[in-house]
Design a protein around this ligand. Structure first.
Ligand SMILES: Cc1ncc(COP(=O)(O)O)c(C=O)c1O
Length: 383
């Protein structure tokens, strides 16, 4: 039994929200694309923000050691991972953090490895830093999205500078195992590759899976790795703008010291204190949110098996993004376009995440079960 019950805000109320999820589509569309949750935020964070706003405490961001100390506290408690607060650098968001870290680690033209399908902004960060993208895709769904280590080694050997990891993985919903991560570490050490691990979804790992922080893997991982993460995904605070990059050891610590000083000040005051509160006082809410998301990922499985049994869906190990194979529905080249036009369900098309997954869509299930059922009913009716 969770100490905090987290349930979805009713759809009519969500439709008054100002975030991009609620402005991207016309009012008759069910928006299930952007990765925000339709849940009320944790009470300690709400109280903090109300207090700051009511006191007009909205100035510039100075030193906020609470972000680092609270994350170190959370990492120890949640993952038994000892983090050095001195090696945490605040950045605006994970996107800005990734771009700034890549600027430190690379020069334009360097090769960077990704594994598609993957969070689409990996490509925008690569374009922004003028790097050359090399893609070693996962195997197909039948292979369980197998990691192609042989091709990855081949790519590393060809002179990759950075391997950008999505850990846990969006949109596949998988958590890399310790063995898989150690293989990356060994290869990275051999071929002189840096690994940047985007761990924004990590606190949302479901209890049956183990999330292994990249930098907890020991000295070799610490020599090659930088992690970028935030409280924003797990506690639903994306609009507040605060994330951080961290290292664990002298080699990468020295690299992070090269981040421009201004990177810190470009995060927001509300975001930094909300982040500190999330990690320090937000675990009960997080457990409540995970319980609701666990129910939703299973509910989605149940209604899909009843109403759209040919749709492929593996229950994800983390977060709230369902990766659905719609190829059996034969709805044309872009299932996402079909769903928007014919079912009025707004969803991310698989082509956004990589060149081989056009028949997939990504559906956000951090909403009410009534909304999930309505979405499935709309799709069924449109076929
Ligand atoms: C893997 C991953 N990284 C980063 C982000 C975005 O983070 P931010 O808003 O802090 O840039 C997302 C958002 O969904 C994501 O899924």
């Amino acid at each position: 039994m969770s100490k905090v019950e987290v349930s979805a805000i009713p759809l009519a109320q969500m439709r008054t929200h100002r975030s991009t999820k609620w402005r991207d589509f016309p009012g008759d569309v069910l928006p299930m694309a952007v990765a925000e949750m339709d849940f009320a935020i944790a009470e300690p964070i709400r109280a903090l923000l109300l207090d700051m706003v009511s006191k007009s405490d909205l100035g510039y961001l100075g030193s906020v050691p609470e972000v680092a100390t609270s994350f170190a506290y959370f990492a120890k408690k949640r993952w038994n991972w000892i983090v050095d607060p001195e090696q945490i650098h605040i950045v605006t968001d994970v996107g800005v953090g990734a771009v700034e870290v890549l600027r430190v680690l690379t020069t334009p033209g360097d090769k960077i490895l990704i594994n598609s399908p993957v969070y689409h902004n990996f490509s925008t960060w690569i374009d922004e830093t003028h790097l050359t993208k090399v893609d070693v895709p996962f195997g197909d769904a039948q292979s369980g999205w197998a990691i192609d280590f042989a091709e990855i080694e081949k790519a590393y050997r060809s002179g990759i500078k950075v391997h950008l990891l999505c850990h846990p993985h969006n949109p596949l919903g998988r958590v890399y195992s310790r063995e898989e991560l150690l293989k990356f570490v060994a290869l990275a050490k051999t071929y002189g590759v840096y690994i940047v691990s985007d761990e924004i979804h990590a606190p949302l790992t479901f209890s049956e899976s183990e999330f292994v922080p990249f930098l907890s893997l020991g000295q070799d991982a610490q020599d090659v790795g930088i992690t970028i993460t935030a409280a924003s995904k797990a506690w639903n605070l994306a609009g507040l703008k605060c994330a951080f990059a961290l290292s664990q050891g002298p080699v990468m610590h020295a690299k992070l010291q090269e981040l421009p000083e201004a990177t810190h000040y470009r995060a927001s005051l509300l975001g930094a204190f909300a982040t500190a509160t999330a990690f320090a006082e937000g675990s009960d809410w997080l457990d409540g949110a995970l319980k609701t998301l666990d129910e939703n990922r299973r509910f989605l499985k149940k209604i899909l098996s009843e109403k759209l049994p040919t749709v492929g869906y593996e229950i994800p190990e983390c977060s709230y993004l369902a990766w659905l194979d719609l190829s059996s529905l034969n709805v044309g080249q872009s299932p996402a376009e079909f769903l928007l036009n014919k079912a009025r369900v707004g969803i991310n098309g698989g082509e956004t995440f990589g060149p081989h997954t056009g028949q997939f869509v990504r559906l956000n299930f951090a909403t009410g079960q009534d909304v999930l059922e309505e979405a499935v009913n709309r799709i069924l009716k449109a076929l």
